[in-house]
Design a binder for this molecule. Structure first.
Ligand SMILES: Cc1ncc(COP(=O)(O)O)c(C=O)c1O
Length: 305
């Protein structure tokens, strides 16, 4: 724990102060610094989701750590509808208390520790690095599998994080790229976790995408059968509704993929009380069943851009 870096957003505070000192803006008029430091949504939570939360306000019993079966099925349906990943086993789906905790605890939940390498993109969301450190594993920043050199199963990383579309670059990994990473990882027994929380926020032109704007998925998932070859073995997709549904305050996210890996996470999470509150599980289900509010939010951001 002593090796944890300064909290990244705290370390930005002096930069903000410095920027403010250069002018005396009237912030009420929208003047002053443009603060892009925290990607916190500012638009209202969709009514359909708020209503689901209100309807579930009476919740005296303990919720299921694994999520209710209809929630796990609803998420599997969402993967089929929006992410080009049909036929996911609902046993391989698990709600999480936002994605950040899952990112920070995944190495620990997978039993990784001293001597194990956890790899992640060089310019990335800082929590991949933090998760490696919490587990006592070795953080390793790399943008290509070649960065590991000629690895064997014993010298390869145990966990490889991908982030597509990337925060902060927006880069989207294509099907071929993902398939190559999966083949490389499977030869070496590396677990691949793909953080895809910006998947629905794709503003590339048809030319940039190489496909029509109506075609789905716009950004491929690690669980797309063209990537997996039909098996989710060793693969996890990490997704959050914080951004697509303005739900950051609810902490509503999920992980899906290899049922054996998900059971391993579930086992520890049950003991540790890492449970999504029941009203939030109902709100999450409403969010993944409704595509309209996501399209509206994408258009809102498009207009601002
Ligand atoms: C790349 C990436 N992953 C995960 C998260 C965490 O999202 P949340 O914890 O709100 O689900 C964020 C939030 O900014 C992010 O940018």
């Amino acid at each position: 724990m002593t090796s944890l870096p300064d909290f990244p957003w705290d370390s930005l505070a002096p930069a903000k102060e410095r920027a403010r000192a250069f002018s005396s803006p009237d912030e009420a008029k929208g003047e002053g610094i443009v603060d892009l430091s925290v990607g916190t949504p500012v638009d209202p939570t969709p009514e359909v989701v708020q209503q689901a939360l209100r309807d579930a306000a009476d919740a005296p019993g303990y919720p299921q750590t694994w999520g209710t079966p209809d929630l796990r099925e609803g998420i599997a349906d969402w993967f089929a509808r929006r992410r080009g990943a049909p036929g996911l086993d609902p046993d391989g789906v698990l709600p999480t208390v936002g994605s950040k905790e899952l990112v920070a605890w995944l190495p620990t939940l997978l039993g990784l520790g001293a001597g194990d390498v956890v790899a992640f993109p060089r310019v990335a969301y800082p929590t991949y690095d933090v998760g490696a450190r919490i587990a006592g594993a070795t953080p390793f920043a790399a943008d290509a599998t070649t960065a590991f050199g000629p690895t064997t199963p014993s010298s390869a990383p145990k966990l490889l994080w991908l982030n597509t579309p990337s925060n902060p670059t927006g880069k989207v990994l294509g099907v071929e790229h993902l398939a190559k990473v999966v083949a490389w990882a499977r030869e070496r027994g590396v677990v691949v976790a793909s953080d895809e929380c910006y998947a629905e926020l794709d503003w590339r032109s048809e030319a940039e995408r190489g496909q029509s704007l109506d075609e789905l998925p716009t950004t491929p998932s690690i669980l797309d059968p063209r990537v997996t070859g039909g098996s989710t073995e060793g693969l996890l997709a990490v997704y959050s509704t914080s951004k697509q549904s303005n739900l950051a305050g609810y902490r509503a996210a999920f992980v899906a993929g290899d049922p054996a890996l998900v059971r391993q996470l579930l086992e520890v999470r049950k003991h540790a009380g890492m449970i999504v509150p029941w009203p939030v599980q109902r709100a999450l289900l409403a969010a993944v069943r409704d595509d309209e509010h996501v399209a509206a939010q994408r258009e809102r951001y498009r207009a601002r851009r």
